[in-house]
Design a protein around this ligand. Structure first.
Ligand SMILES: C[S@@+](CC[C@H](N)C(=O)[O-])C[C@H]1O[C@@H](n2cnc3c(N)ncnc32)[C@H](O)[C@@H]1O
Length: 325
């Protein structure tokens, strides 16, 4: 994780009794296991949002960062001049955008939970690129309107919305931005919501830049599998204290789609499972531009390609490519 973010999160928790934070984490877990969508914000007070920031924000930051890096590779000369983060909470995606494209831009974070916005603003004070960010109360629903901007992010939000609100949010994002990046948990249900949004964005005239190598239908037969990726999240001692356990890291599973009206160059194929490294060969499961899933075996005989395959990671473009050429 980004060091200023880690330090800022540590400072937030410093001011709160550990028992209060642990109780708030337990409440959050129970809430997220319960029936969503809810009719009122789950993040109700400072202890709730501090718990969210410590317990989830490092992971949502890493997942969004991975998604944005994959998108950025398809538009190497592009930098967003404006960003709106809808359902932005404590602002994980604003940190991920500034980690992907350094520098200042117009940033607006919209959420219905005032305590989340307040904490997000406080944490963002540690990031010069976010010093002028606007943190605004807004309810996602049919009345949501978004100002025109280059990039809209929607990270771990669709899960909390009813179907009509999910549709309203995707339509508002499609109407306001040239690029929309949506990230959800890497579960079958998270993937299904991503596909629903992907279809809607394509119908609105967007092309898919990542992770898919094409804008045709997803080749996964519904119900048989789900497209997801993994981001490694380093755990600070503070994070271990809040979440329990002693591992130095955890792997956040996420699904995502980056859709754009820009002339993007999607990857020729993407590695959709963890590569299997065997003696003298690497097995890669690929989603290909020919609109199919295929396993390929790269062996020593392939020379440089074999070296690249040994370095390839789940989620990477394959083969390594230059979208500008
Ligand atoms: C799981 S959090 C994700 C926060 C942040 N985007 C992230 O990735 O860490 C979901 C956020 O969506 C917000 N949210 C849920 N339903 C909403 C609604 N109807 N209107 C506005 N915000 C909503 C919540 O308040 C919360 O901040």
């Amino acid at each position: 994780m980004n060091d200023p973010l880690r330090t800022a999160l540590a400072e937030v928790l410093d001011g709160l009794p550990p028992t209060e934070v642990t109780a708030a984490v337990d409440r959050l877990i129970a809430n997220y296991r319960g029936d969503t969508p809810t009719h009122a914000p789950i993040l109700r007070d400072r202890a709730d949002v501090a718990a969210y920031a410590a317990y989830r924000m490092p992971a949502t930051f890493e997942a969004v960062h991975r998604a944005l890096e994959a998108f950025a590779a398809t538009v190497p000369d592009w930098t967003p001049a404006g960003h709106a983060d809808v359902g932005g909470g404590t602002g994980a995606a604003t940190w991920a955008v500034s980690a992907t494209w350094p520098g200042e831009r117009g940033v607006t974070v919209l959420d219905w939970a005032e305590p989340a916005l307040a904490l997000g603003r406080e944490i963002a004070a540690a990031n010069p690129a976010l010093k002028d960010a606007r943190w605004q109360r807004a309810r996602i629903g049919k009345d949501l309107t978004l100002d025109a901007t280059d990039l809209v992010t929607v990270s771990y939000v669709l899960n909390e919305l009813a179907e009509a609100d999910r549709a309203a949010l995707v339509d508002a994002a499609a109407g306001a931005a040239r690029t929309v990046v949506i990230v959800e948990a890497g579960t079958p249900a998270g993937y299904a919501r991503v596909i629903e949004a992907r279809d809607r964005l394509i119908r609105a005239g967007f092309r898919i830049a990542a992770p898919c190598p094409h804008s045709a239908a997803c080749p996964i037969a519904p119900g048989t599998d789900w497209c997801h990726f993994s981001a490694r999240v380093g755990r600070s001692s503070l994070h271990r204290q809040v979440k329990g356990g002693s591992l130095a890291y955890e792997d956040e599973k996420f699904s995502y789609v980056a859709a754009t009206r820009l002339p993007a160059g999607p990857a020729p194929a993407r590695v959709v499972r963890r590569p299997q490294i065997r003696k003298g060969q690497v097995l890669l499961d690929l989603c290909e531009s020919e609109e199919r899933l295929r396993r390929t075996t790269v062996t020593k005989r392939h020379g440089d390609l074999y070296k690249a395959a040994r370095d390839a990671d789940w989620g990477d473009a394959w083969p390594p490519y230059d979208p500008a050429s």
